[in-house]
Write a protein that binds this ligand. Structure first.
Ligand SMILES: CC(C)(COP(=O)(O)OP(=O)(O)OC[C@H]1O[C@@H](n2cnc3c(N)ncnc32)[C@H](O)[C@@H]1OP(=O)(O)O)[C@@H](O)C(=O)NCCC(=O)NCCS
Length: 173
């Protein structure tokens, strides 16, 4: 199946929002999605964007029964490793179920890698849920290293009250 990978535009945010929810359902945590279309538009498509996004688009003859031609996305942003320098973090990679196994996921992933390498990034990093074996296998088959297994890293996060509380404890000088 022919598909095109291109940089997302502001008007793609509706499709991106839809697929963010589909991915969260797949990941069994849809209630955690709080992001609005407006926030995505502001954070991805203003002069200093917080994220970059690629989308995969198929031609009209392969459109879904609901009329969608945007069938996958990869959302990423730049981070920094004090050990190795420039890095890219891929927050989401998703392909709609009917379009899987056709090279679209690999196309998106490879494009994120290409964009990162062009910016001299030496790492492409991301997290995968422990039970998501098909995706773990997909990444490992492409050469990714499982850092939890190899080096024992845990993913940690401050959020909600814990984050607010910590922020209040910051020195004011
Ligand atoms: C993971 C995902 C993005 C892969 O996309 P896809 O379009 O189905 O994958 P592709 O068709 O591009 O696969 C490309 C290659 O990976 C291989 N591959 C795909 N799934 C695989 C698996 N489970 N195990 C091993 N290899 C796999 C294919 O055989 C193909 O190999 P080739 O390049 O040697 O021909 C897609 O399945 C998906 O959206 N899954 C649900 C959401 C998800 O888990 N996202 C990742 C969250 S971290």
């Amino acid at each position: 199946m022919n598909f095109k990978v291109r940089a997302a535009r502001k008007e793609d945010c509706k499709d991106i929002s839809r697929m963010i929810m589909e991915l969260a359902v797949y990941e069994k945590m849809p209630e955690q999605v709080k992001i609005s279309n407006e926030e995505l538009e502001r954070d991805g498509f203003s002069p200093n964007p917080f994220f970059q996004c690629l989308i995969a688009e198929v031609s009209d003859e392969n459109m879904t029964t609901d009329g969608y031609t945007v069938v996958g996305y990869a959302l990423y942003f730049y981070t920094y490793s004090t050990w190795e320098g420039r890095s890219v973090f891929m927050e989401d990679l998703y392909v709609m179920p009917d379009f899987r196994g056709k090279g679209i996921g690999k196309g998106l992933l490879a494009k994120v890698a290409q964009v990162g390498v062009e910016k001299q990034c030496v790492r492409l990093q991301f997290s995968v849920l422990e039970w998501n074996k098909p995706s773990l296998d997909f990444y490992i088959a492409k050469g990714a290293v499982d850092l939890t297994a190899k080096e024992g890293w845990h993913n940690l996060r401050f959020y909600g009250q814990a984050l607010d509380q910590l922020a209040k404890e910051a020195p004011n000088n």
